[in-house]
Write a protein that binds this ligand. Structure first.
Ligand SMILES: C[S@@+](CC[C@H](N)C(=O)[O-])C[C@H]1O[C@@H](n2cnc3c(N)ncnc32)[C@H](O)[C@@H]1O
Length: 251
């Protein structure tokens, strides 16, 4: 599978919506990543508006962030003024130092899968850590989830995971690094929590997801109206799982 470059940068069209509707990452995950990584400079790939960056910055991490979308990068700089921000694609980034941590939140799947582990390896110091993680959110109530999924399928939306059971990344039987001798200490962790979203915030969350962002604006709003009718005024309980993969560059 190659990366859909156009789809990978649709997020900047709705920066504020993205930033307010998307969930943060668990504080425990940030603690675990920083404990796993040796001390030293960290590189974030696909930092967006800084939803993960803020957590690492608050712990005093020495951060360089790569983000190709200038609108996302502007929000990132405003939120995390201490981080160095490089505007561009990771595939074109030339590191100026050896990083002891490379992390990527909700973005590693956008990096060319034929090259991303080579690029990470070239970026890391020996024993440097890589941490890639994704928030996966689903509507908790199975009946409501099925009704929302039926709307998706009527509009030909097949790639939204918001209304599907299970966590696609967690379910993969074997990790792509399992047999890569350049990496060691592979470790996968999962963090689960629940939250209640008001209907408006839920719609903003859906609007921030690339599966809906790529729809024509009128069609997207029709889908949102159908979601709103199903949710009513009560809002919706969501179950969030954050899937983290940790590995270390072998010496
Ligand atoms: C779903 S957003 C995640 C943003 C942020 N990390 C977060 O957790 O909210 C994906 C981000 O990856 C960025 N991106 C897409 N392709 C990229 C690439 N090849 N190199 C670096 N970043 C990329 C997008 O611009 C976008 O900001």
């Amino acid at each position: 599978m190659t990366v859909d470059r156009e789809r990978s940068v649709v997020f900047g069209e709705a920066v504020e919506q993205y930033d307010s509707a998307r969930p943060d990452y668990p504080a425990q995950l940030i603690t675990d990543v920083l404990e796993y990584a040796p001390p030293g400079p960290a590189l974030e790939v696909g930092a967006g508006t800084g939803k993960a960056t803020a957590g690492f910055a608050a712990r005093g991490a020495d951060l360089t962030c790569i983000e190709p979308d200038p609108r996302m990068a502007a929000a990132l700089t405003a939120k995390c003024p201490g981080a160095r921000v490089e505007i561009g694609f990771f595939e074109a980034y030339v590191p100026d130092r050896a990083f002891t941590l490379l992390y990527s939140a909700q973005a590693w799947h956008w990096i060319d899968e034929r090259r991303r582990w080579d690029l990470a390896h070239a970026t890391l110091a020996p024993s440097g850590a890589v941490a890639v993680f994704w928030n996966h959110y689903v509507v908790t109530d199975p009946d409501l989830r099925a009704a929302l999924a039926a709307v998706d399928s009527r509009y030909g939306v097949t790639t939204s995971s918001m209304h599907r059971d299970g966590s696609p990344r967690a379910e993969r039987s074997e990790h792509e690094l399992a047999h890569d001798p350049r990496y060691t200490d592979l470790d996968q962790r999962h963090y689960t929590r629940t939250d209640r979203y008001g209907t408006g915030r839920y719609l903003d969350l859906a609007r921030s997801v690339s599966a809906y962002r790529i729809l024509a604006p009128d069609t997207r709003e029709e889908v949102m109206e159908e979601f709103a009718a199903l949710l009513g005024r009560d809002g919706v309980d969501l179950t969030f799982t954050t899937d983290l993969t940790l590995a270390r560059r072998a010496r």
